[in-house]
Design a protein around this ligand. Sequence first.
Ligand SMILES: Cc1cc2nc3c(=O)[nH]c(=O)nc-3n(C[C@H](O)[C@H](O)[C@H](O)COP(=O)(O)O)c2cc1C
Length: 190
Amino acid sequence: MNLNKIGFKENRTIETIFTIKNKQDYLITPIGVWKEKSKLKSKIYSGNRLFEKIKEGDKVGINLTNDPEFFYKSIMDEEIKNNGYKIKQANIFIKAEVKKIEDYTDFIYVWMDTSNVQKKSIDPEGYCRARQSIIEALIHYTKLDIDLEHMKYIKHYMKIVEKVGSKWEKDLMSKILEEAKNKNQEIREK
Ligand SMILES: Cc1cc2nc3c(=O)[nH]c(=O)nc-3n(C[C@H](O)[C@H](O)[C@H](O)COP(=O)(O)O)c2cc1C
């Protein structure tokens, strides 16, 4: 499978969901991936559970989906059905192998080779800003520990979803805002 055809044009970052084996279970984490010199590459920050685990240089499942609910569930540690490395509902599944780690202490670059790409046939869908807004809000949620200023962006994306989203998207966004307020509170109390 040509990686270009599934969006990996050189240096273009695709938001994916990584699965990596952790004892009997799998760590399921959203991670950005791009193609560089015909390999897939990611930047993983320390503090992320994947950081130490992936340094062991193992196999990685890279799951592609446009569904913001999966990003939500993986961030909030809610159960996601997976067949091994593959998340059942992923539209595209890539089996990859870690080839090289560049360690910069606060973050690592992970270089991966792909061995298998599976693609589901899906009907094209019109563009709605709600999906992207939810994913952006989740990214800001994961950055709250670094700076509480991120709260402001979550509220901004909430407004967009309120305007253009359907009920399930509004409900999902309300849960993110709720979780963000709790996290905000916990950080302030520390
Ligand atoms: C869409 C999206 C993309 C993300 N991409 C990355 C990434 O490329 N690198 C990274 O270190 N963290 C990334 N994150 C943040 C991690 O997923 C987040 O720190 C992690 O889920 C926290 O989980 P932990 O409990 O394993 O630390 C991303 C989050 C989202 C929502």
